[in-house]
Design a protein around this ligand. Structure first.
Ligand SMILES: CC(C)(COP(=O)(O)OP(=O)(O)OC[C@H]1O[C@@H](n2cnc3c(N)ncnc32)[C@H](O)[C@@H]1OP(=O)(O)O)[C@@H](O)C(=O)NCCC(=O)NCCS
Length: 166
């Protein structure tokens, strides 16, 4: 068995059984992800243990913009006063409940951050933004250095500059 993170292939990867305990995240990978991929709204990456193609975890990435006024002053003061700034959205990240505690969440997060960092050398992005569904998800992201937006504390960002250090 070989763990692999791959772009979602709707003909190959099995999503029907995915369950992380959050209906919105389960329904997304089962029903919505293929549409988002087709419409270029998000890229979707899945973790599988080949030759088994059941999805064990997934995340999505998209381009995004941040309103400069939403950033905390210590970060914003180093930035140009453009009204909107480029970012990368880590829209969703979830691990199947039967796999929790195997550090798959960390593996997927680090892979998403590495891809975001790589892509930012071609298309600029100053931060990765994530949205936490609840307090648990919030503490997961904070653990990895994400900072909360002041106006919306369930939304977090990690400056791309910090990713290389992480
Ligand atoms: C949150 C989630 C992605 C974590 O995945 P996981 O594979 O269980 O976590 P890992 O094994 O990689 O844990 C890595 C670290 O994060 C911590 N952690 C895991 N889940 C956590 C949680 N819910 N809250 C706070 N910390 C958490 C672990 O204790 C571990 O810390 P350690 O280094 O001190 O041991 C997963 O539980 C999940 O999919 N939950 C439901 C969906 C969700 O909430 N997604 C978040 C985006 S909205």
């Amino acid at each position: 068995m070989v763990l692999k993170i791959e772009p979602l292939n709707i003909r190959q990867h099995i999503r029907s059984d995915f369950s992380c305990g959050k209906d919105s995240l389960d329904n997304y990978i089962r029903k919505q992800a293929s549409q988002d991929l087709k419409r270029r709204v998000a890229t979707v990456f899945v973790l599988v243990d080949e030759p088994d193609f059941n999805v064990l975890a997934y995340y999505t990435l998209s381009s995004y913009t941040i309103d400069i006024t939403a950033l905390d002053e210590s970060f914003a003061k180093h930035l140009p006063r453009y009204p909107l700034l480029p970012a990368t959205l880590l829209g969703r990240l979830a691990v199947d409940y039967r796999q929790t505690g195997r550090r798959f969440g960390e593996l997927m997060l680090i892979d998403a951050l590495r891809k975001s960092l790589d892509v930012s050398t071609q298309v600029a992005s100053l931060a990765v933004v994530a949205e936490a569904l609840d307090e648990e998800a919030l503490s997961f992201y904070i653990k990895y250095g994400f900072r909360q937006f002041t106006q919306n504390p369930m939304k977090l960002y990690l400056p791309v500059k910090s990713i290389a250090e992480l």
